[in-house]
Design a protein around this ligand. Structure first.
Ligand code: NAP
Length: 352
């Protein structure tokens, strides 16, 4: 049985694995398609502290190899459900030296079930695509979903941003610092983004707002050259010359396998604070699939390190939420109403 099953081998999941493995835990990484997550598609990463420039592929491969070298087992399959508080049963009990009644967690893929002591959800999120015919072909050749990652490649060049949420507005402001012109295209004339951020937009000379409009075509052979934009009210079409298009129309997480056991918000993100703890003891969440405001490579790695802390602790070697100790470990059962000094006395008496 694994100590920790990590669902998702992107930056958050691999970082969690590295921390847990270095703490001596037995770790399984479950990945649906291929390791690396979103960053593997980024041509160049220039904002990871300590690394001046690296391709997303090289970065992800480095993380993957680091986890593998430390002993991570990686298996492929789509996780479809997660069970909590399942009795270990005789076979696992004998192998682990625990009571058959001790409770464990079981992660199910379409092919197999993986019993474990703790789970870290690190499923990431996909950028919502516009769904235009040439969008995928031109991704990495002018089409980007991350201004922070790719914006610097468009210095002194005209770009467009699509969206009306905080991400789009922040992207437009960020890009306007060094792009010659930023055209912000949004399908409505009011914004989802914070009013203060929208006000900032209006004070920038090099930002043009194209509202009530949608992008109907991305034009370019090898690279993006123009956008065809259609006014939703008049149906009028216009062409805008750009070198880059930053699509910021939200993200799509997929955490349905963990619901309703684990709390998921209306947008599909696993609810947790900066401690990466979900509403279920022993189930943690790391990276872009968590409720948070900054979704970056650095914050994914940081989440991985945090999420691995509790399950990696040697003093909690088994069933974090079961209260059933492994063989040879005595439990100190204290009344919730006992005072701190009474608890300390009881702990001291156990140590004698
Ligand atoms: P979002 O708030 O969901 O906004 C997505 C935007 O894209 C909306 O304006 C939406 O238009 C538009 N959109 C959606 N689908 C579209 C489509 N198919 N075609 C054209 N436009 C489309 O997403 P987000 O900006 O990524 O933000 C996600 C969450 O993170 C939000 O809660 C946001 O506040 C938060 N966030 C916070 C910060 C911060 O606090 N600094 C920074 C970034 C993000 P409609 O408005 O017409 O629906």
């Amino acid at each position: 049985m694994y100590d920790i099953v990590i669902v998702g081998a992107g930056t958050a999941g691999l970082s969690a694995a590295i921390y847990a493995l270095r703490a001596g835990r037995k770790v399984l990484l479950l990945e649906q398609l291929s390791y690396g997550g979103q960053i593997i598609n980024t041509p160049e990463v220039e904002n990871y502290p300590g690394i001046k420039k690296i391709s997303g592929f090289e970065f992800a491969t480095g993380l993957y190899e680091q986890a593998k070298d430390l002993g991570a087992v990686v298996e492929y399959g789509k996780v479809v459900s997660l069970e909590n508080d399942i009795p270990a049963g005789d076979e696992i009990a004998a192998a682990e030296g625990i009571s058959p009644d001790a409770v464990i967690k079981v992660v199910h893929t379409t092919k197999k079930a993986y019993p474990c002591k703790a789970v870290i959800i690190a499923t990431g999120a996909k950028n919502r695509p516009l769904g235009l015919p040439d969008e995928e072909r031109l991704t990495g050749a002018g089409v980007s979903y991350c201004a922070t990652c790719d914006g610097a490649f468009y210095r002194k060049k005209p770009v467009a941003v699509n969206g009306g949420g905080n991400t789009a507005i922040e992207d437009a402001l960020f890009l306007s610092n060094y792009c010659s012109k930023v055209t912000l295209i949004h399908r409505r004339d009011t914004f989802r983004a914070d009013a203060a951020e929208v006000e900032k937009l209006k004070s920038r000379d090099n930002i043009e707002l194209v509202l009530n409009s949608t992008i109907t075509s991305i034009i370019g052979e090898d690279r993006v050259k123009q956008l065809e934009v259609t006014d939703k009210n008049t149906g009028e079409k216009r062409l805008i010359d750009v070198d880059g298009l930053f699509i910021a129309i939200g993200q799509i997480p997929d955490n349905s396998a963990f619901s309703p056991l684990v709390e998921i918000d209306a947008a599909g993100y696993v609810v947790a604070g900066e401690d990466c703890k979900t509403n279920v003891a022993g189930i943690f969440v790391a990276g872009d699939c968590r409720t948070k405001t900054v979704r970056q490579l650095t914050t994914a790695a940081s989440d991985g390190a945090i999420a691995a802390q509790d399950p990696a602790k040697t003093e909690t070697p088994f069933t974090i939420d079961s209260g059933v100790p492994p063989a040879g470990v005595r439990m100190c059962r204290l009344s919730p109403s006992s005072t701190p000094s009474a608890r300390m006395l009881k702990l001291l008496s156990m140590l004698r």
